[in-house]
Structures are given as structure tokens and as C-alpha cells.
Ligand binder design. Structure first.
Ligand code: BF8
Length: 657
């Protein structure tokens, strides 16, 4: 039988039963329990939604104006233009540009919120916050040209916050962190006219361009989308990461535990879920205060157990070693354990179904961000001027709910896994060199000598469409087996942590001999957790440090490196993929972007872009094949750099591959 084209696969092939592809035991147990109690869940809804809209998958549906909705026939038989006259190329490019913009806006608004709080702290209005890393404050301030000598932290923080806030509305020039990128990337962006000028400006401009009858040319639309994404990667996200480090401390490697089994039967369980660490840090502090602990004990609990969900989990994990209850796909299952007393949510990736699942139990869902509301959910808004007080109010609700918990309905899966997290651009490769060789030299030397083949960033969401976390695990195992050191963020990091890949022992169990030797020498896992999704900015700066150290490429596109999001689902992942590609990284997504309806757009993204920005996209749903696309790319880069052949052959095969 003739092989199906990617378009036919998207439109005609039904995905296999979503539930059958769950790898993680706790997730399986959790889902069984959700089904037992009749709680709605993402797998059931995914099945109900089949078949999903083929026009949507291919990017061929347009509802930007009221001449439509229009859709273009992908097989060339029906309509080939929308009512306004837009072609498939225009429609597909406009849709992708808008989705990129939404993702970039989420990260950037998160960054703005962090900066705004830093300003309030500096002006004495947000008294529960303080400068957690004065050295980083001074380093970042220097990049903004702010004088630090002889000034106190708050004065510097105020000036830095004002300078950063101004970059959101900046109309001319370039945002400051563009200067962090290697020269090669900076030149490419300027030549192509995509160096980001101001964060909000780039996002608003895409909304303008994608209105009916403005930008109708797909190259122009896609290049503008790259500019918007760069304003996220080297702007909003990078600001979010750095200000989080300044306020709450730059992470250091920390041991922790992950999976639904971190919930505690005998304690008040408070799950902090979402993205912005401003309230969750306060909740953690409140839960550790003696008045709250006394209150919890009065209700019969032995204590208060704060655990994380989604990227809020990554933020608290990285800096405080707080246990991680779960990733995106596990959020409903946490409630279905019957052991969650309060689930505190802010923004992004919070399933609208949570209150419905919570109705089956005693769980109190509490929304806290002015941007994020739910039907029937109590809203207690974070007011930064009395953050700790609000955090205590929320903890009190959790303690009250604990009093209503029915112990007979509690089923906590007994699965939990150790991990090490807390790696950053500042510390990650210093560990490879040991305490006295704080530079990227050992990493670059390891690559040059053929012990480490290269570096991969594997990031993004988990998704029932692509195997509910197992695609991450399969891909990452294949990469480390081939001596590729893996950096991870987001829910991808959680999937691999659950599978034990973030323990130092994982090097012995799964890594190729070269990577294993290096990991064993310095006691590192072969898979490094570098944080939340805004912390993908750490991967950009780590790549830049590798370039700066020398010997492995003159810019990011020359590095033996690749990126992937095997199970992406969020528009933020599109923005991340776009700024990776625009920064010179070959990037593989597990399901195609919704662009296959336009062969020219697809060709531009997956082929021609490489000659323009140095990076390009690939789409591959099989995680092993996807890993080999990355390995092949890394090998090509090694050859171009005339690096030595890999030092060891692959165990048991007698060949390098
Ligand atoms: O920002 S990886 S599901 S939680 S979008 Fe969301 Fe995706 Fe998880 Fe974090 Ni990122």
C-alpha cells in the first residue's frame, strides 16, 4: 500500500486509543480512579472529540473576518481562495503568526508581572518580597547600563524594573537581551529585519498584520512571527527567568521527588498550579509558618504539604526542592486521588474542567490571577502589597477543606521518583568542570573529544494525542544512549523525571559510554532539568555560552545541538519552537504545526529557513525517528566543524550508530 503523505495522515488517520499509550503507572492508576468515580478527564474528552477537524489540523480554516468562516480544500478540488481572496498560503501563515503571538504574549505578560512586582518591592509596596539574589540583580542591571556601585539593592531594582517595563512599550531600537545572543544571530536578525524592537509592539503588530487585507504574503507574515517569538525568547521569557532569580534566588542543584505519590494522606495537601511564582512562593512560606501548622494540627493533620503542578511546580522545584505532584496531563488526576484539599491556580495550562472534577470530591479550587477566572470557582486575587496575608487566607481554606475530606475515598498512587533539578546557565556546566573549573570549557572539550556527541533541548507539554508523556521518555533515552546531553524544561522534564532519567544513576542505566563517563566523574544525571517554560531562555543563554567558550561553532546554528517538543500542545510551545528556529536551532515537533495545508509555507519552515536563520523545523511523531533526526543533524554539525569521530561505539552494536 502506498505510504500516506503527511497531509493524508493528518486528515485520514485516526490516532490510536489515547489511554493505551500511557507509560507512567501513577497516571494509569489515577485515570482508573477518575473513571471509577465518573470524573471527566482529558483522555476521555480526547476520544470523544475524534475525528478532529482536518481543516483545522492543516491550518486551512480562516475566521478572521465575517466574510467567513472559510476553508480551503487541501486536495485542490473545492475552494482554493477564501471569500476575501486569501489563498491557502496566506491563511496558513496568518493562523500560525497569530498562534505564535498568543504564546509569546503569555510568556511576556508573565515576565511583565514579575517586573511589576519587583518595582512594587523596590518602592516598598510589596513588603513580603525582597531581593533574593543581589549578585544577579547587579549583573543584569549592568547589562541595562545601570550603575550599581554604592547603591542599595532596592534602588538598583527600581531602576532595573523601570528599564525592563519600558521595553514592553519600546517603539524603536532593540530590546536589551538581544545583545546576549551570539554576534552571528544578531547579524542575521538585523539583516532579515526581525530583531525585536519592543515586546508589546511586536505582538500588536502581528494582530494588525493578520487582520483581513493587511499582510497577505506568507514570507512576510512568518518573518514577523519570528520577530514576535524572539521578543519572547530573548525578551519576555528571559526577563521572567531573570527577575524570578533576582526575587527568589538563582537555583542550585537540588534533590526532590516527583509524581502523584507525593500527596500525603495524613497532611493538608495544597497543590499550586499554573506558572507565575509570585503567589506560590508566598503559599510555601505561609504553609511553613507556625500559626498555619498549628491550625492544621488542630484539624487532625500532621502538617501542610505544598506540592506543585505544571510550571509553577518547576519554579518551586528549581529553587526550593518542593515535590512535584504532576504535569499538565495529571492535573485532573491529582484531584481524583481524593487527597487534594486546595488547588490554587493562576494562569496558563489550567484545565477548565478542574472545578467539575473537584465537584466529585471535597477539593477547593481557588483562582488567584485577575486574568484567570472559572465558572463557580472562588477567586482570591493576589494583591502583592499583602501577599503573605492572602497566601495564609488560601491555606486556611485548604485546612478547612481537609476537615471535610473523606478518608475512605482517598486513593494516592504509590509512585514517586527521585530527581535532581536546579540547573541554570550559570551553574550547569560549571558542574561538568568541577568546583575549580567554572567554565564551559569541559563541556566543549567533551564534545570536541567525541565523548559527548552534542546537546539537545527537549521541552514542552504532554499530550494524549502523542502518548501522554512517553514520547518524551523514548526520545530522551534514545538521545542519551547516543551520548547527547539533554536539557529539559516544562512538562517534558517532568515526564522524564517520572521515568527516573534525572537521577545520576540514569547515566549508568541509559547513557552511551562517553556521556556516562562524564556524568559519573561529576555526579550529574545525563538529563538536566533547567526549569519552567519561560526558562527555555536558559537554554538560549547556555547555547550562547558554548559559542563564547569556543571550538564548537561560531554561532548557535553551528553548534552540534538540536531541539524538540515531542508532545507539544500549547501556543506557548509554538512561540518557543519559533524562537529556537529563529535562533539557529533545528527543532522537531511531534505533531506538525497546522501548516501542511500550504506546501510553500511548509517548505519555507522545514527547509528554506535553514539558509536564512540557520534553524528549521521538522515534524515527526515517532519519538525514536525524531531522536534520530536530531542525532543526524548533530552529526552533520560535528562533521562541518571537523570534530573527532565519537570516542566509543554504541554498546553491543559494534558501530557508532
Ligand atoms: O508552560 S510545558 S503544558 S505547563 S505550555 Fe503548559 Fe506545556 Fe506544561 Fe508550563 Ni509549557
Amino acid at each position: 500500500m502506498a505510504q500516506k503523505t503527511l497531509v493524508e495522515e493528518q486528515v485520514l488517520i485516526q490516532p490510536p486509543q489515547a489511554k493505551d499509550r500511557i507509560l507512567d503507572e501513577a497516571t494509569k492508576r489515577g485515570l482508573e480512579r477518575a473513571e471509577e468515580v465518573g470524573a471527566t478527564n482529558v483522555w476521555e474528552r480526547f476520544e470523544t472529540m475524534q475525528p478532529q477537524c482536518g481543516f483545522g489540523k492543516l491550518g486551512l480554516c480562516c475566521k478572521n473576518c465575517n466574510l467567513g468562516p472559510c476553508r480551503i480544500d487541501p486536495f485542490g478540488i473545492g475552494a482554493q481562495r477564501g471569500v476575501c481572496g486569501a489563498t491557502a498560503d496566506t491563511i496558513v501563515a496568518r493562523n500560525l503568526a497569530r498562534r505564535t503571538t498568543v504564546g509569546a504574549a503569555c510568556h511576556s505578560d508573565h515576565g511583565r508581572h514579575m517586573v511589576h512586582t519587583m518595582l512594587m518591592m523596590a518602592e516598598g509596596e510589596a513588603r513580603d518580597y525582597y531581593v533574593g539574589d543581589p549578585k544577579k540583580l547587579r549583573r543584569v542591571a549592568a547589562e541595562y547600563g545601570i550603575e550599581a556601585d554604592g547603591r542599595d539593592d532596592r534602588a538598583i531594582a527600581k531602576e532595573l524594573a523601570e528599564a525592563m517595563l519600558a521595553e514592553f512599550g519600546q517603539q524603536r531600537g532593540e530590546i536589551t537581551f538581544v545583545k546576549r545572543a551570539p554576534e552571528g544571530q544578531q547579524k542575521t536578525w538585523r539583516k532579515l529585519g526581525i530583531s525585536p524592537r519592543g515586546i508589546d509592539l511586536e505582538l500588536v503588530e502581528i494582530l494588525h498584520r493578520t487582520h483581513i487585507g493587511v499582510d497577505n504574503e506568507y514570507h512576510s507574515l512568518l518573518n514577523s512571527a519570528m520577530r514576535a517569538a524572539l521578543s519572547d525568547g530573548w525578551g519576555g521569557s528571559m526577563i521572567a527567568t531573570d527577575v524570578s532569580d533576582i526575587l527568589f534566588g538563582t537555583p542550585d542543584p537540588v534533590r526532590a521527588v516527583i509524581n502523584l505519590g507525593v500527596l500525603r494522606e495524613e497532611q493538608v495537601n495544597v497543590v499550586v498550579h499554573g506558572h507565575v511564582p509570585l503567589l506560590s512562593e508566598m503559599i510555601l512560606a505561609a504553609a511553613q509558618s507556625s500559626d498555619m501548622i498549628v491550625l492544621a494540627k488542630e484539624k487532625g493533620a500532621t502538617g501542610i504539604n505544598v506540592v506543585g503542578m505544571c510550571c509553577t511546580a518547576n519554579e518551586l522545584l528549581m529553587r526550593r526542592g518542593v515535590p512535584v505532584a504532576g504535569s499538565f496531563i495529571q492535573q485532573e488526576l491529582a484531584i481524583a486521588t481524593g487527597a487534594v484539599d486546595a488547588m490554587v491556580v493562576d494562569v496558563q495550562c489550567i484545565m477548565p474542567s478542574l472545578p467539575v472534577v473537584a465537584e466529585c470530591f471535597h477539593t477547593k479550587v481557588i483562582s488567584t490571577d485577575p486574568r484567570g477566572h472559572f465558572e463557580g470557582v472562588e477567586h482570591i486575587e493576589l494583591d502583592e502589597s499583602r501577599a503573605l496575608e492572602i497566601a495564609k487566607e488560601i491555606i486556611r481554606l485548604g485546612i478547612e477543606a481537609y476537615g471535610e475530606r473523606n478518608p475512605d475515598r482517598v486513593r494516592i498512587p504509590d509512585e514517586r521518583m527521585d530527581l535532581i533539578a536546579g540547573f541554570t546557565t550559570e551553574n550547569v556546566f560549571h558542574h561538568l568542570g568541577g568546583r575549580f573549573r567554572g567554565s564551559y570549557r569541559p563541556l566543549n572539550d567533551g564534545i570536541i573529544a567525541g565523548r559527548i556527541r552534542g546537546v539537545a533541548g527537549v521541552v514542552g507539554c504532554d499530550n494524549p494525542k502523542n502518548m501522554s508523556g512517553s514520547a518524551h521518555v523514548e526520545m530522551v533515552k534514545e538521545l542519551i544512549k547516543h551520548d547527547v546531553l539533554v536539557l529539559q524544561t516544562g512538562c517534558s522534564a517532568m515526564a522524564c523525571a517520572r521515568a527516573g532519567l534525572m537521577r545520576p544513576e540514569a547515566a549508568l542505566e541509559y547513557a552511551g559510554q562517553g556521556l556516562q563517563e562524564i556524568c559519573e566523574t561529576v555526579g550529574l544525571p545525563p538529563v538536566l532539568h533547567v526549569g519552567s517554560c519561560v526558562d527555555n531562555s536558559r537554554i538560549l543563554t547556555a547555547a550562547t555560552e558554548m559559542v563564547r567558550e569556543g571550538g564548537v561553532g561560531n554561532d548557535i546554528s553551528e553548534l552540534p545541538a538540536a531541539g524538540a517538543a515531542p508532545e507539544w500542545m500549547s501556543e506557548k510551545a509554538i512561540a518557543i519552537g519559533t524562537y529556537f528556529v529563529a535562533s539557529g536551532v533545528f527543532t522537531v515537533f511531534g505533531t506538525p504545526l497546522s501548516v501542511l495545508g500550504s506546501p510553500p509555507v511548509t517548505r519555507y519552515l522545514t527547509d528554506e529557513l535553514e539558509g536564512i536563520v540557520g534553524g528549521k523545523w521538522a515534524f515527526e511523531s515517532d519519538p525514536i525517528k525524531a531522536a534520530h533526526l536530531m542525532i543526524d543533524h548533530i552529526n552533520q554539525k560535528r562533521e562541518a566543524l571537523h570534530l573527532r569521530p565519537m570516542m566509543y561505539t554504541l554498546k553491543g552494536t559494534g558501530s557508532e550508530e
